[in-house]
Design a protein around this ligand. Structure first.
Ligand SMILES: [Zn+2]
Length: 337
């Protein structure tokens, strides 16, 4: 089904989103390397020394380690584990504003064998990879060079580059929150909640904001407006969060448990499109895009997937069968006729 997401828009950008948004994560290495790659390719570079790439990689991990766990509590970190070294070297690296020698060496040693080998994998298995390759590691030792492909530059220099950056940050935040003891359990078992005043995803246990709804879900709708299907450009367009089935329809749902304020019904849109739509019912095209968007989120591991699964189960679906979002959205539409 993640294949479906790619088929809707078969571009390098969709491959990137498959890798960043839909992979299984037991650690957050992938986000750190993704950020470093976007940075290098965004400067138009065609190749970069591994040691140069390792620097932003190690620093962003160290910074994230300061406020959240970067590995699932299920994985025990060994002595030689990169995260163990990062933890030990964090304070000194932050103080000097660059990774310590020991941290850099550990990053350079672990990157090619670990994250750089797995970045293109789907679902953590070696069996299937995203359709585009973004880099190749060549050479050996200190002379290792990362060759950045044209696909990576197409992604990093595209009009959606800012979105891709904020999507990655939001996904990183969601994943690390799910790693936090206690919080993680409630997110994984109960899913996420949306604060409707700020349109931010919050973790119930700590009542803390995790990520904006827009940043968390926009990648799953290919960075496009749910209403007009044109791109939503961060920093250029005014972006609103649309209730696809308008909030005012609530009164038509007397006695029904359907929650129109939940994430399944919330989708980023141009501010202008949202204003024009107002309280009108969604069109066929909008409902199709919403179903596809939700099906794509179902391919992304906890906790966004869990949230959508729980909604389906509450209404009698299995929560695991492809296509259930089409059926559920038709049901809601019929109730509102
Ligand atoms: Zn629009």
């Amino acid at each position: 089904m993640s294949v479906e997401f790619f088929r809707e828009e078969p571009t390098a950008r969709s491959s990137w989103r498959l890798a960043v948004l839909m992979g299984v994560n037991v650690r957050t290495y992938k986000f750190a390397v993704g950020e470093a790659l976007l940075g290098a390719a965004g400067e138009g570079r065609t190749d970069i020394l591994l040691s140069e790439l390792a620097e932003p990689y190690a620093m962003s991990l160290v910074e994230h380690l300061a406020h959240a766990p970067q590995a699932s509590s299920k994985t025990a970190a060994g002595e030689l584990d990169f995260l163990t070294v990062a933890q030990q070297e964090a304070a000194e690296s932050v103080r000097q504003g660059s990774p310590t020698e020991k941290l850099l060496a550990a990053a350079m040693k672990s990157m090619p064998a670990m994250v750089m080998q797995k970045f293109h994998n789907l679902r953590g298995s070696g069996a299937s990879e995203v359709p585009h390759r973004f880099y190749e590691v060549t050479g050996a030792g200190q002379k290792r060079v990362v060759r950045l492909t044209e696909h990576l530059r197409a992604v990093a220099l595209s009009e959606q580059r800012e979105n891709l950056q904020t999507e990655l940050v939001a996904r990183w935040s969601i994943v690390e929150t799910s790693f936090a003891a206690g919080v993680g359990r409630s997110l994984i078992e109960e899913g996420i909640e949306v604060d409707l005043e700020t349109f931010r995803i919050t973790d119930k246990a700590r009542r803390r904001s995790v990520a904006g709804v827009t940043d968390a879900v926009i990648g799953f709708q290919h960075g496009r407006c749910i209403i007009c299907a044109e791109p939503l450009i961060a920093g250029v367009d005014a972006i609103a969060v649309d209730h696809v089935f308008p909030y005012s329809f609530k009164r038509l749902l007397r006695g029904s448990a359907i929650d129109l304020d939940a994430i399944w019904n919330l989708a980023p849109a141009h501010g202008a499109c949202n204003g024009q739509k107002s309280n009108q019912p969604p069109t066929e095209g909008q409902l199709t895009r919403l179903a596809l968007r939700n099906e794509a989120i179902m391919q992304s591991p906890h906790p966004l997937k869990k949230t959508l699964q729980l909604i389906l189960k509450r209404h009698g679906y299995t929560g695991g069968r492809v296509g259930e979002w089409w059926d559920f959205i038709q049901t809601v539409r019929n109730e509102l006729r």
